[in-house]
Design a protein around this ligand. Structure first.
Ligand SMILES: COC(=O)COc1cccc(COC(=O)c2cn[nH]c2)c1
Length: 239
């Protein structure tokens, strides 16, 4: 899978691309990540400005349409692979695990990262990206949001995670609408906190039952909204 990241701060991704899961996926050629500096497409190649004041007044600066459209079109042309075009923005459609599973089936994602007060509206009108949000908050730029999407997607690519089972049991994966049950490992007792006996008893039926109940209780306590959704799914499976 190929990712193209369009940003004013390509250096922000250096540490991220060099570490752990992503580095292994790149080394194993399961993932191919390219960074593109918007400033390389600035009309003035000396000072390379790509932002300007908003028409009609207002605070801050906007990223101009010309360098942005020229950049994303040049990036698109770098590979014949059809790409899903994504613009990270607080005002976008909320990203979730189902979207991650959908994106993981694409050959290529182009991620456009905003800064300042955002892009000139004509970037959206001309390039027509999907506008995606990772949550109801405002970051200084789309780069961190892009990393969130890259990480959530690449871990679903077969071969990236060592043990595929680990992501099947994850909360939210494969349509699962319940939070994950509590997990324990050695030692069996620490400062008076012991591992639940059922988990060390070897009765796999009892363990599965206990885990299902713990997931339900945890979901009820922390995310009762998910329980309503999952009950609706059961009542109206074709909804
Ligand atoms: C049309 O959209 C734009 O112009 C995007 O512009 C901006 C402006 C400032 C910051 C960002 C970064 O995205 C987020 O803050 C974000 C994404 N998800 N949740 C928060 C993007």
């Amino acid at each position: 899978m190929r990712f193209d990241i369009v940003t004013l701060f390509p250096a922000l991704f250096e540490g991220y691309l060099g570490e752990g899961l992503l580095n292994k996926a790149i080394k194993n050629e399961l993932v191919d990540i390219h960074r593109h500096d918007l400033r390389d497409f600035a009309p003035d190649s000396v000072h390379r400005p790509v932002d300007d004041k908003p028409f009609g007044g207002g605070p801050g600066m906007l990223i101009q349409v010309e360098p942005t459209v020229k950049c994303v079109e040049a990036v698109q042309a770098m590979s014949p692979m059809p790409a899903r075009k994504i613009l990270l923005t607080p005002g976008g459609k909320r990203f979730d695990q189902r979207m991650a599973e959908e994106f993981a089936t694409d050959q290529r994602l182009i991620l456009l990262c905003g800064r300042y007060e955002g892009f000139d509206q004509r970037v959206t009108d001309i390039w027509q990206p999907e506008e995606i949000s990772i949550g109801d908050f405002v970051l200084n730029g789309g780069e961190v949001a892009a990393m969130v999407i890259i990480e959530a997607v690449i871990r679903l690519i077969p071969g990236v995670l060592g043990d595929q089972q680990s992501n099947i049991d994850d909360s939210f994966s494969q349509g699962n609408r319940l939070l994950e049950f509590p997990q324990y490992t050695r030692p069996r007792e620490f400062r008076g906190h012991t591992v639940p006996d059922v988990l060390t008893g070897g009765d796999h039926g009892a363990i599965a039952k206990w885990r299902a109940e713990q997931s339900r209780l945890r979901t009820q306590a922390r995310r009762s909204d998910l329980l309503v959704e999952s009950e609706n799914d059961i009542k109206n499976p074709n909804a």
